[in-house]
Write a protein of this length. Structure first.
Length: 386
């Protein structure tokens, strides 16, 4: 089981904080924007006398709200096609266990969300990777790159759209290419769409649910980033494939039920928050524009412009980004402050790739991002002049 590149350096950050150092966290996608007040009010005014089990697929009232959310996106999804899970993380793991047997293979893009590898290890499945490159902004590689790694044991392709960690948004044309290869080789398409609301290029995210291959598609979704509710652990598996749905439900029954309190908060947060979502979108776009411009002004730093989510993978003028990230936490201080980043090598499966790259999340307010840019520029100078 690999260590998380997002959290593996956390003990060093904690040690720095214990010394009185202020640590700016660019390592993790923890939004600092407020949770919708409706959700917080629901949490404050729970009147239940017993905190009971919920149905294994989640409360019907919540699934109906989710169904309404999808209808607003032009996607016809019934409550019976939604299973509520303990975050998007459980949704991915249960999907892997339902769709693939131990020893089967799943194709993932690298760099990709590091915990996908951990979930694959847990499910006993093998990961085959197709590499996207920083030089072309992490665009979808050619279909021949996918066909090159397909074997008789390949059962699924996993995409994150918009992408964590790169912020790339796969276009309708790119999604259609994936659709064609899924059809050709009779694969599942597992699409993680938790950042759907955060697309900045003017075009909506193309959902896998709109590709016309319903029996092949499983969508992973979550309220964590959409409503700044990471801690309530509410995600979902969405599929029109009844066999997949029923198999996922067997695992859900074995783990009993998704989080009760989280469902209450999520249900209260879904409707009537259009202005909230617009404000969040505008704030993240402003942060992206400011931060990416600032990164590319630092000598030797290169960051493509992310089209969605709130992450970027940037290359740094260092040989070993993990050593640099450690050094920032253990040795570097500027006016009692430092910063924490995630070494990007942990988002690749191929050894040696991403060694001079970091993933950074622009989830801090602009004045803090401004300070982070100053810290990064000075840290690179000092590190390379040691």
């Amino acid at each position: 089981m690999p260590s998380s590149p997002i959290r593996k350096l956390a003990p060093l950050a904690q040690a720095a904080k214990a010394q009185g150092v202020k640590v700016y966290h660019l390592n993790i996608g923890q939004p600092d924007l407020p949770t919708p007040e409706k959700g917080l009010e629901a949490l404050r005014h729970i009147t239940r006398k017993t905190l009971e089990y919920s149905p294994s697929d989640g409360y019907l009232s919540l699934r109906e709200k989710f169904s309404g959310y999808y209808r607003q996106k032009g996607l016809d999804v019934s409550p019976e096609e939604i299973i509520v899970t303990a975050g998007g993380s459980e949704a991915i793991l249960l999907t892997f266990m339902a769709c693939l047997d131990p020893g089967d293979q799943v194709i993932m893009l690298e760099p990709g969300y590091a915990n996908y590898i951990s979930f694959s290890q847990t499910a006993g499945i093998e990961v085959c990777t197709v590499t996207s490159n920083i030089e072309d902004g992490f665009a979808l590689p050619g279909i021949e790159a996918f066909e090159k790694v397909i074997t008789p044991r390949t059962k699924a392709i996993l995409l994150c759209n918009p992408s964590n960690p790169t912020g790339y948004v796969y276009s309708a044309g790119e999604m259609e290419k994936i659709r064609d290869i899924v059809r050709k080789y009779d694969l599942f398409l597992v699409c993680d769409e938790v950042y759907r609301e955060f697309v900045y290029n003017g075009e909506p995210c193309t959902s896998a649910l709109s590709l016309g291959i319903d029996e092949h598609v499983v969508v992973i979704d979550s309220v964590s980033k959409r409503y700044s509710e990471c801690g309530i652990r509410i995600g979902m598996v969405v599929t029109r494939n009844k066999a997949v749905h029923d198999t996922v439900m067997k695992f859900c029954q074995a783990r009993l039920s998704p989080p009760l309190l989280g469902q209450i908060v999520a249900e209260a947060s879904i409707e009537g928050v259009e202005d909230y979502l617009k404000a969040c979108h505008a704030e993240y776009k402003a942060r992206r524009d400011f931060f990416i411009d600032g990164l590319n002004r630092i000598p030797g730093v290169v960051s493509p412009m992310p089209q969605g989510a709130f992450y970027t993978v940037a290359s740094l003028p260092v040989e070993d980004a993990e050593d640099f990230c450690r050094w920032c936490l253990t040795d570097f201080r500027l006016d009692g402050e430092t910063l924490m980043m995630a070494p990007a090598a942990g988002f690749y499966s191929t050894p040696g790739l991403g060694k001079n790259q970091v993933r950074m999340a622009y989830v801090l307010k602009i004045e803090d991002l401004r300070r982070c840019l100053r810290l990064l520029e000075e840290a690179l100078k000092q590190y390379n002049n040691r």
